[in-house]
Design a protein around this ligand. Structure first.
Ligand code: CTP
Length: 213
């Protein structure tokens, strides 16, 4: 299969040297890419700025902002079988990106506008045999909120995480994989490497089922 994986954070610049972002490390995306490659799949990774190490034979596309990631995903998605959207895409960006470095010695207000939801835009061009896996980072009512995202974004699988698992945390407390038929797999306590392996094997299984239909 052809895997397309997004990883890392995005950066949303307000002037040439300042941006808003988040502490995503890209580690889970890295392990998914590595496992998929090991299993003999073709793999492309679209990554935001993080220390995503090169993996032999894996194509890496470097982006910075959510808009750049959206463009790259839409382009690559047309020819892939699987999209695994591990990236922590910034939900907002500054309304204005100043060309010059800002010199502000007094308080000022920064206006943020929403970024497009990449998974939602992909849903519109998705073909029946493509598998799309999303993630949800929740601080309360994990399963309920994740189920809503799974349905709204019409995903084939959704991995629900708690905020404690975010960034370079090695704790992987509560992790659940949700499916559209209502099934839930409890992966709590899995390391990122183990979760990545589980996901790749699940995606293979899902793809087989889709092809049989
Ligand atoms: N995502 C996306 N485009 C965005 C934001 C997020 O495609 N602009 C993807 C992420 O890669 C992830 C999933 O959507 O796979 C869920 O991300 P999350 O931040 O948990 O949820 P949101 O849908 O942004 O909802 P909220 O932040 O309101 O909980």
């Amino acid at each position: 299969m052809k895997f397309l994986i997004t990883a890392g954070p995005t950066r949303e610049y307000l002037d040439p040297v300042r941006f808003i972002s988040n502490p995503a490390t890209g580690t889970l995306g890295y392990f998914v890419a590595k496992k998929a490659k090991q299993r003999g799949h073709s793999v492309t990774v679209i990554t935001g700025p993080c220390s995503f190490s090169e993996i032999r034979g894996v194509k890496k596309i470097q982006v910075e902002s959510a808009l750049e990631m959206k463009d790259a995903v839409e382009k690559e998605f047309l020819s892939c079988d699987v999209l695994v959207m591990t990236a922590a895409v910034s939900d907002w960006r500054p309304e204005k990106r100043y060309r010059e470095k800002l010199k502000m010695k007094r308080p000022w207000k920064l206006k943020l506008i929403p970024n497009p939801d990449i998974l939602k835009s992909v849903e519109k061009i998705k073909k029946g045999n493509q598998v799309v896996v999303g993630f949800a980072l929740e601080s309360t009512s994990i399963i309920e909120n994740a189920r809503k995202k799974l349905n709204e974004k019409k995903l084939d699988m959704l991995v629900a995480n708690t905020v404690e698992n975010f960034g370079d945390s090695s704790r992987n407390n509560e992790i659940f994989v949700l499916y559209p038929d209502g099934k839930i797999k409890d992966c709590s306590g899995y390391s990122k490497r183990k979760l990545a392996s589980f996901l790749v094997l699940e995606i293979e299984r899902h793809n087989k089922l889709k092809r049989r239909k």
